[in-house]
Design a protein around this ligand. Structure first.
Ligand SMILES: Cc1ncc(C[n+]2csc(CCOP(=O)(O)OP(=O)(O)O)c2C)c(N)n1
Ligand code: SF4
Length: 297
């Protein structure tokens, strides 16, 4: 894939803003960077207007570093806190109307395939639990049942953070919030199970305090969505404002929630395993060599 569009037009380099020059000269485009190298390269997302200490921001930062080909990736988001950071990143971002993300991503992904053929252009939806499990629920499920090839990432802070604390389908039963003062009466929706039933080829749950794991699931999900089928990641990205988590306890909370009810889980179909092994050399999915036959006496 040509990287010409992230290079300077000859003669114009010295007139470009420093941020732009840094991105061209020290950014991750066309290189293989990892979360372990954070701090040693210019990141696609560096500034954002989200609350101090917000775990969602850390997760989005890690996710963007983990995209296998960020220069060929388009994110799709919607109303909700996550778009505040996504719209500041130096890769294209499409703002779908609230609830429309997976319809927009379906069309975009199909259009890119028609236009660019087998050159991969990755489409990744990143939206809140309200955006995906409530108002966007039908579009999410239909995109999965229709086997649309893109990745859906739920930024699950278990509340409507951006509008001041209403319960969502992903809020836990009993949770008391500013705008749900009597406590939620229903169970948290099991979107992971629904993703499996609807035919996602890869489904994972993660928390942001294990960057290498976040990197691993994002890479797998995006690569599998290129050719095998829809993929879904559900990330616990706490809202420290609405759940009154002190800023310096945000990571501790993520660890506790991971131990309690948000353990790492990973589901992958046999087709997807085979594809990762054959195409990208994933050793964890390569068949073990058959044991040598013992000669008969
Ligand atoms: C069609 C429509 N309905 C309602 C809203 C108002 N609105 C904006 S953000 C939001 C809640 C977002 O919650 P969630 O998707 O969970 O994301 P979070 O802010 O928690 O990250 C709502 C209801 C809107 N922008 N558009
Ligand atoms: S309201 Fe909550 S989810 Fe939104 S930016 Fe603030 S801490 Fe993060």
């Amino acid at each position: 894939m040509s990287l010409d569009y992230v290079k300077f037009t000859p003669g114009f380099g010295k007139f470009m803003p420093k941020e732009y020059r840094d991105m061209v000269e020290h950014g991750p485009f066309g290189k293989k960077v990892t979360v372990s190298q954070m701090g040693s390269f210019k990141e696609i997302l560096e500034e954002h207007p989200m609350c101090a200490g917000c775990a969602m921001t850390l997760f989005i930062r890690l996710a963007i570093i983990s995209f296998p080909n960020p220069e060929d990736t388009i994110t799709v988001g919607t109303a909700g806190c996550g778009r505040l950071a996504l719209s500041q990143a130096a890769i294209p971002f499409v703002y779908g109307n609230y609830g429309d993300t997976n319809g927009v991503a379906s069309g975009l992904s199909r259009g890119l395939r028609l236009r660019f053929g087998d050159k991969p252009k990755d489409v990744v939806v990143l939206a809140g639990d309200g955006g995906l499990a409530d108002i966007g629920f039908s579009q999410v499920l239909h995109s999965w049942f229709r086997k649309e090839k893109f990745t859906t990432i739920m930024l699950d802070n278990e509340v409507y953070g951006n509008t001041g604390g209403q319960e969502s389908g992903m809020t836990n039963r009993g949770a008391v919030l500013k705008m749900a003062p009597l406590g939620k009466k229903f169970e948290k929706m099991d979107m992971v199970q629904m993703a499996k039933v609807a035919g996602c080829a890869y489904v994972a749950t993660v928390v942001p305090n294990n960057p290498r794991r976040v990197e691993s699931v994002i890479k797998k999900a995006v690569l599998i969505a290129r050719e095998v089928g829809p993929t879904y990641i559900q990330a616990y990205t706490s809202c420290n404002i609405e759940y009154a988590i002190p800023t310096d306890k945000v990571m501790e909370d993520a660890k506790n929630v991971e131990n309690d009810r948000y353990q790492f889980t990973e589901f992958i179909t046999d087709d997807a395993k085979q594809y990762l092994a054959d195409r990208y050399g994933y050793r964890e999915f390569q068949a073990k060599p058959a044991a040598a036959a013992v000669p008969q006496k």
